[in-house]
Design a binder for this molecule. Structure first.
Ligand SMILES: [Zn+2]
Length: 135
């Protein structure tokens, strides 16, 4: 049997550990996820994952699932995510879950102040909403 190098992200602080459970090397909290964590909650956790690809997939999946309980976390990721791809995917998913209309003031802010890729998504959603609203 070969020993493979594996890493485990702490559920509390996202620090890397070499053990899948037990106290985290960085924060002392359990490395493992709480027992009974739901699929949606694990995706919400992954939104802040240091591995941006995982966070993007989590944001996209929450949108596909239409997970309303993730709206707050998606909005936080969209507003303050370190990774512009995570931010963009979080905005897309939030629009899918809540609709552009209910997000109107927020989308206007994004369309003005956010990084270019996020700005484009917000602008397109606002434009589509305006067309639909016309008589
Ligand atoms: Zn930790």
């Amino acid at each position: 049997m070969r020993t493979r190098f594996r890493v485990f992200w702490c559920f509390s602080c996202y620090a890397l550990n070499d053990h899948p459970c037990g106290p985290c090397d960085a924060c002392g909290e359990p490395v493992e996820a709480p027992v009974g964590l739901s699929h949606v909650d694990s995706l919400i956790w992954a939104l802040r994952h240091p591995d941006g690809d995982r966070a993007v997939v989590a944001a996209r999946t929450l949108g596909r699932l239409g997970a309303r309980e993730s709206a707050g976390a998606l909005r936080a990721a969209a507003d303050a995510g370190a990774d512009i791809y995570v931010r963009a995917e979080a905005v897309r998913s939030l629009i899918a879950i809540q609709g552009a209309e209910s997000l109107h003031p927020w989308l206007e802010t994004l369309a003005r102040d956010a990084p270019l890729n996020v700005r484009n998504i917000a602008s397109q959603a606002l434009a589509a909403g305006t067309k639909e609203g016309m008589p």
